[in-house]
Design a protein around this ligand. Structure first.
Ligand code: 3PG
Length: 217
């Protein structure tokens, strides 16, 4: 069940995972889209937002949402270095998502007091992240790296770890992932299709968010 936390409080990785069934993976190319997009997702019941560091505008978008949409909880995705983490913290990000795990990224997040969902795709990567204290992990790229079967297999040796599978998941397949005991939330870009963002179709995005916020296992 979703657990709502104080939007202004320092978060744990588990709180990031338990706020809603889906964390939208967002790519923004225009700072002017950031605030209306965040508001559209909020209106649909989704407030944990991952803006990926994949465009030159990403940090400015994170900063705009942090400043103008305080009801949202803005996070940064695609963080790949300590410098990325520090820049995201400066921009106002409240949590960090990374496509893989390195000790440097883990340390930078701890230093910045930001929860981290690091990406893993193998047992060794899970063990490295666990060694540094991470037990809430992103399974990436979920579909390509083994999907449901991989998560079921991991629940044996890594029964103390929970996952946010991301990559190739859709509104139709998310419930199968959410039904697994070691999955707390799914990540996905389907809530924010590029054509809807560029076309400023905020009503469509609210509708996609509403649908996602109601997903159940
Ligand atoms: C990503 O980080 O790009 C995520 O894996 C999003 O994947 P999706 O576009 O398949 O949802």
């Amino acid at each position: 069940m979703a657990v709502k936390v104080d939007a202004a409080a320092t978060l744990t990785a588990l709180q990031v995972m338990r706020d809603a069934p889906v964390i939208p993976v967002i790519v923004l190319t225009d700072v002017a889209h950031a605030v209306p997009l965040a508001r559209a997702l909020l209106a649909g019941g989704i407030r944990m937002l991952e803006v990926t560091l994949r465009t030159p505008q990403a940090l400015a978008c994170i900063e705009a949402i942090a400043r103008d949409v305080p009801e949202a909880v803005i996070g940064a995705g695609t963080a790949r270095s300590a410098a990325d983490v520090q820049a995201c913290a400066m921009a106002g990000a409240r949590f960090i998502v990374s496509p893989g795990y390195t000790h440097a990224v883990g340390t930078a997040c701890r230093d910045a007091r930001l929860p981290l969902l690091p990406g893993v795709a193998t047992g060794s990567e899970i063990m490295a992240a666990q060694e540094d204290g991470c037990t809430e992990l992103k399974f990436f790229p979920a579909l390509q790296a083994g999907g449901l079967a991989m998560l079921k297999a991991w629940n044996g040796p890594f029964g103390d770890v929970v996952f946010c599978p991301t990559g190739g998941i859709t509104v139709e397949t998310a419930p199968q992932f959410l039904a697994l005991p070691n999955v707390k939330v799914c990540g996905g870009s389907w809530l924010t299709p590029a054509d809807a963002v560029v076309g400023k179709d905020w009503a469509r995005i609210t509708q996609l968010a509403r649908e996602a916020s109601r997903l159940r296992a």
